[in-house]
Design a protein around this ligand. Sequence first.
Ligand code: NDP
Length: 360
Amino acid sequence: MAKETLHREVVIIGSGPAGLTAAIYAARADMHPLVIEGHEPGGQLMITTEVENYPGFAKGIQGPELMHEFREQAARFGTEFIVGGINKADLLKRPFTLQTDDHIIKAETLIIASGASAKWLGIPGEAKAPHGLGGFGVSACATCDGFFFKGKPIVVAGGGDTAMEEANFLTRYASRVTVVHRRDTLRASKIMQDKAFKNPKIDFVWDTAIERILGTPEAGVTGVNLKNLKTGKETLFPCEGVFIAIGHTPNTELFKGQLEMDEVGYLITAGRSMATNIPGVFACGDAQDSFYRQAVTAAGTGCMAAIDAERFLDNLPVRLPTGDEITLDGERVTADHEKIVLPDGEIVSNAPDSEAARGD
Ligand code: NDP
């Protein structure tokens, strides 16, 4: 069957807090956004239970319910949705071309909010309930869930900066935090290691893999089965929470070779805008943020990306990662704001009293 071709001013990839906030703003600005929801509609909050740190919900809200509200709000202003993922993206010329199983989508501007996925160990007990204890004592986000572990012993898996940061953070709540690492040295930076080693509430178990997480949804986590990878010795370690902190993978593989990204794959944006290196392509949320990774920060950058797309479609200058600013018509304002390079290469002054500025 031939694929249907759609042409839209604003196309948003991803339907977590970043993508749906971008949709709310773009829809209210009459830009008729199309959201391609991805293979995990709603993003990481769909595998979270109670969300207590999203502003505006004094009593907390379940992750899936929060994402339902986001989606309804975006739909209310006319956002269109396509379920499924993108197989191919051609960003070399505008309109950008995206392909799904059923559609060819032409986009005048593109907002990438494809998120990041926490890496998991792939062990029994780790999956989201009902298949495992995910959401019932197993988490990949200390900032989100640490609060629920007041006075409880917790295990953290991993030996990088994330694991050290999460372990340190969790000592605010936990009775003890035990870091279980598969080697006998940490990958984390020295300063993060030092902070963890100095923290009297953190213990380390070296050369060890977590083989299984034990418990029930009713009782929560009750312990983990550990295996020493040097001696082969297996032990049962009692704990009431397990935080998996072995890294994240940004969902940006599709854009490799087209968009600038760091060595892990996080998209690089301008700083004072959400623009990528390709004019008209913006990125927001966890696809470009390895640091904060919160629903509220993702939503904030989603709002910024939509405002940037709106400015770009209005032919106003939008800042690129180089510091230059660019318009839809291809006028480039230099990073020092002194000159405008026109699409034909002519350079004019950007000074307020110049002829170009007066419209002479
Ligand atoms: P990293 O890839 O740096 O570390 C992952 C850790 O998890 C490693 O110790 C690794 O073990 C372990 N691991 C990976 N897979 C498995 C597995 N299957 N089983 C058991 N253990 C496993 O990821 P991070 O998220 O820690 O850091 C990502 C980037 O973000 C880094 O550049 C980091 O510096 C940065 N960051 C900085 C922070 C800060 O400065 N405050 C905070 C958080 C992150 P092994 O060492 O054996 O490979």
